[in-house]
Design a protein around this ligand. Structure first.
Ligand SMILES: *Cc1c(COP(=O)(O)O)cnc(C)c1O
Length: 394
């Protein structure tokens, strides 16, 4: 179709996911800059403790990213060359890349069309004697159905490493994500529900695993500089093994602490916006809204709208251009990992391998959703969606 010429238009482009940085963060960062200690130190320790308390986990280890957390979680479980790691194709590539970094093969399991999440019913068939870990992703903030995944994993004696990059604030039944599985990895990348610019955290109830990840995140040193500071023989440390450099700095933690204090308030606003979208778009022919499928709480990191293409005379990409023409930024989450060129060429994956994920991808448009959106902004998005649907069905 030729572009719509008569557009209802807000004055300025609505950004997709700007960070929510307030005066409290600025103050905390400036204090840290003036404190004389800017890398891993007391602020990181406080952030870890506050985070563990928030999700209800025994241990939390702050890292440079969620990717580092996923990598170290697999590393700590001894994943190596020749192993297989089961995950979902409907994720950001980092989830599968980390298996490859350790020499393992990422094995994908197609998703549930209602949730975009790894379908536990298909899990059994993907397991082989080489399976060493299962890595589910709580897509958009919708918790995976963890019980059957954990059951399958326990029967096979393999760990479940959760990618909770989208799921800070989500509940699985009555438990917070981060307190359910074996090890859970969170992201504080700029667009996530809590941001430290870049950063990540793992939570676990396994003290030994937390200790291994901590040491591995800082060169394999037995004592960090912060732990040695001011003690006799502070200069002395030992390398237990050649570790990595995945620690979080106090500057990052200074951003995280006030954001964590504000998290419940931010999550309430996210939920409010999701409710406004649901009310306005839930019955609109041409689109399908996301809905929480199991008891618990959605973290509403993103709002993945599905286009019912048989209803519309345009494809997803043109829908996005029409939203842009109405000054609304949208996005697409995600190109299924198996369709990326490297994955096709290296592992032989091809179009058609995971039809549910591929169908969702063809139809997905992510609407803006962040605490700083005003009701007016939300309304502009709603009106733009309705207008594009109206135009593309006329
Ligand atoms: C953002 C994201 C990651 C990576 O997080 P980083 O902190 O940037 O490493 C991993 N998985 C998913 C699903 C993500 O959205």
């Amino acid at each position: 179709m030729t572009p719509d010429k008569k557009l209802p238009m807000r004055e300025k482009m609505l950004p997709f996911a700007p960070p929510d940085i307030r005066e409290e963060e600025v103050t905390e960062v400036v204090e840290t800059l003036r404190s004389g200690w800017i890398t891993t130190g007391s602020k990181v320790r406080r952030f870890e403790q506050a985070f563990a308390d928030y999700v209800g986990a025994d241990h939390a280890v702050a890292l440079s990213s969620c990717t580092a957390g996923l990598f170290l979680s697999l590393w700590a479980h001894g994943i190596k060359e020749g192993d297989e790691v089961i995950t979902t194709p409907y994720t950001f590539a980092a989830t599968a890349n980390v298996a490859i970094h350790l020499g393992a093969r990422p094995v994908f399991v197609d998703v549930d069309p209602d949730t975009f999440n790894l379908d536990p019913g298909r899990l059994g068939r993907a397991i082989t004697p080489r399976t060493r870990a299962i890595l589910p992703v709580h897509f958009a903030g919708q918790p995976c159905d963890l019980e059957p995944i954990l059951d399958t994993a326990r029967q096979r004696g393999v760990p479940v490493v959760e990618d909770a990059a989208h799921a800070l604030g989500a509940l699985y039944r009555e438990k917070r994500i981060g307190s359910v599985g074996d090890v859970t990895c969170f992201s504080f990348h700029a667009v996530k529900n809590l941001t430290t610019g870049e950063g990540g955290m793992i939570t676990t109830s396994d003290a030994g695993l937390a200790a291994r990840v901590r040491v591995a995140s800082l060169h394999g040193m037995d004592r960090s500089a912060w732990e040695r500071e001011g003690t006799a023989g502070a200069w002395r440390y030992e390398i237990r093994f050649p570790g990595y450099k995945f620690n979080m700095s106090d500057l990052q933690a200074a951003l995280g602490l006030p954001q964590l204090r504000r998290l419940d308030e931010s999550q309430r606003r996210r939920e409010e916006i999701a409710c406004l979208y649901a009310k306005a778009l839930g019955d609109l022919p041409g689109v399908t809204i996301p809905r929480l499928k199991i008891p618990g709480k959605h973290a509403w990191h993103i709002y993945p709208l599905l286009l019912d293409l048989e209803h519309l005379r345009i494809e997803r990409d043109q829908f996005i251009e029409e939203m842009r023409a109405r000054n609304i930024s949208t996005n697409v989450h995600f190109t299924p990992v198996h369709l990326h060129r490297y994955y096709r060429e290296t592992f032989g994956y091809k179009e058609g391998d995971f039809p549910v994920a591929e169908d969702l991808f063809r139809r997905e448009v992510t609407l803006p959703l962040y605490p700083r959106m005003t009701d007016g902004d939300v309304n502009d998005v709603i009106e733009a969606v309705k207008s594009v649907v109206r135009w593309s069905t006329s």
